[in-house]
Design a protein around this ligand. Structure first.
Ligand code: NAD
Length: 481
């Protein structure tokens, strides 16, 4: 059984805290490792290392920062097979997903921001008539905190760390305590890429202990957080009196809206993916499906037929479509939502039960579940389930569906299927979400802003937006007359 350690100042350290947390394998329910529940002292040690590294790293040329980040990217690619297995074992996701999506994307994050920082420009203004020139300095903030969730572990951990480092900050980072393993491996890779010691420090532990120590640290000046809305609200409240810069990427309850004039075949294939990829545990999954009445009955039959072909199985098997949910408590929570939906007159069209996978009976498996609901105000259409569960219901008009799409506290993403370009643009302008996909889902260009509105968060990641977040703008005004 492996006991993992914190990565501080370029070395792996026994934690100061002597409290250990069990790490479970979701595929078979077994404990296979332990992580430290790092204390305030551990976080302080990480902070001191980061602060000591900052004067040099912040003055390191952009070319050199870029070179190191791209080297990290190459090493992630070179270790792809190993890291994908580690991710799959830790999270329960199918291995093919980890090797085709999660780890390649972690590598892309470092490559992208390694390149982007060399293109990142700031403004200047000629104050005509005043004999003055203004320019904007964009300086790294200092030591920043990055806190990430369990659903896309290395993918989202590096989505924060790579731009933070590219912009010249030093980082104290905490991955989810539920999926710490690939973040743990990142330390060795950073050393091999010759990232200077202290520039990236990784501490492990519970949100309420280690995470809390990061957000309360008076000298960690910015927090980039991805996770649940409740935790995001807590972080906002805690950090407000400390005037920290905040980026919060939170939950979603994303609509997937299907008009009769869409490319039906493409829509059907993609709707299955957007509902169930990663066991439905992606913040961007389309969990509320609205279908135009004229094709509702046809869609219902075709969709359910396709969903029934998805194979629930061990994550390491090639033919597995749906792996294990991340934890026993999460499985219970998702099942609880299914029973609430039934109590509120939802009709289960397929799935709804946990699954015993042969040989791995203690794993946390659940059938992909489709529920027909009567209203958009029912609990399962209003609260984030974050599992392999979607609802479907018909709509009569564009206005009707727009009202239902926006009638939710979240505003992360939305998908619309239509071949009517005018309608697509009209709706894009009215949908309350940070990301709108027309005739596609989860197509990501890393240059574009990423994030949500309403209870889905504040701030944007991606492209130059996140480099702006991780730098402090300073106006310099030169009077030359
Ligand atoms: P979570 O909020 O429970 O935990 C996320 C991280 O925050 C973990 O590392 C956790 O240890 C830490 N944390 C918890 N309490 C903390 C505290 N008091 N102080 C500091 N850190 C604390 O979320 P989760 O269950 O890990 O992830 C699932 C959620 O993440 C879902 O709601 C999902 O929608 C959301 N998510 C959002 C996005 C996005 O980009 N918007 C992406 C992925 C996941």
């Amino acid at each position: 059984m492996e006991r993992i350690q914190n990565f501080i100042n370029g070395q792996y350290y026994e934690p100061n805290s002597n409290e250990w947390l069990d790490n479970y394998c979701p595929a078979n329910g077994e404990i296979y490792g332990q992580i430290p529940n790092s204390s305030r002292i551990d976080v302080e040690n990480a902070y001191i290392a980061a602060q000591s590294a900052f004067p040099t790293w912040s003055q390191t040329t952009l070319e050199e920062r870029s070179r190191i980040l791209i080297k990290i990217s190459e090493l992630l690619e070179a270790n792809l097979n190993h890291l994908a297995k580690v991710e799959s074992k830790d999270n329960g996701k199918p291995l093919h997903l980890a090797s085709q999506i999660d780890i390649p994307r972690a590598a892309s994050n470092f490559r992208f921001f390694g390149n982007a920082i060399t293109q990142f420009a700031s403004e200047s203004h000629d104050s005509v008539g005043h004999q003055a020139i203004n320019f904007t300095l964009r300086q790294p903030i200092g030591v920043v905190g990055c806190i990430s969730p369990w659903n896309l572990p290395l993918y989202l951990f590096t989505w924060k760390i790579a731009p933070a480092l590219a912009a010249g900050n030093c980082v104290v980072a905490k991955p989810s305590e539920i999926t710490p393993m690939t973040a743990y491996k990142l330390g060795d890779i950073c050393n091999e890429a010759q990232l200077p010691p202290g520039v990236l420090n990784i501490v492990h532990g519970l949100g309420s202990t280690t995470g809390q120590a990061i957000i309360e640290h008076p000298d960690i000046k910015a927090i980039s957080f991805t996770g649940g809305t409740k935790t995001g609200a807590h972080i906002a409240k805690t950090t407000a009196p400390l005037f920290k810069k905040l980026s919060l990427e939170l939950g979603g309850k994303n609509p997937n809206t299907i008009f009769a004039d869409c490319d039906y075949k493409n829509m059907l294939e993609t709707t299955v993916q957007s509902s169930f990829t990663n066991q439905g545990q992606i913040c961007l999954c389309g969990s509320r499906i609205f279908v135009e009445s004229s094709i509702y009955d046809t869609f219902k039959v075709d969709f359910v037929e396709k969903v029934k072909t998805l194979k629930v199985g061990h994550p390491l098997k090639d033919d597995t479509d749906i792996g294990a949910l991340v934890s026993e408590s999460h499985l219970k929570k998702v099942m609880e939502y299914i029973s609430i939906a039934k109590q509120e007159n939802g009709r289960i069209l397929c799935g709804g039960h946990s699954v015993k996978v042969k040989g791995f009976e203690k794993g946390y498996y659940l059938e992909p579940t489709v529920i027909e609901v009567l209203t958009n105000t029912c609990t399962i259409n209003q609260e984030e389930v974050f599992g392999p569960v979607v609802t479907i219901m018909p709509f009569n008009s564009e206005d009707h569906v727009l009202q239902m799409m926006n009638e939710v506290k979240y505003g992360l993403s939305a998908t619309v299927w239509t071949n009517d370009l005018q309608r697509a643009i009209r709706m894009s302008k009215q949908i309350q979400a940070g990301i709108v996909w027309i005739n596609t889902w989860m197509m990501r260009d890393l240059r574009t802003p990423f994030g949500g509105t309403k209870a889905s968060g504040i701030g944007r990641e991606g492209g130059f937006e996140v480099l702006r977040f991780f730098t402090e703008p300073k106006n310099v005004c030169i009077k030359y007359g």
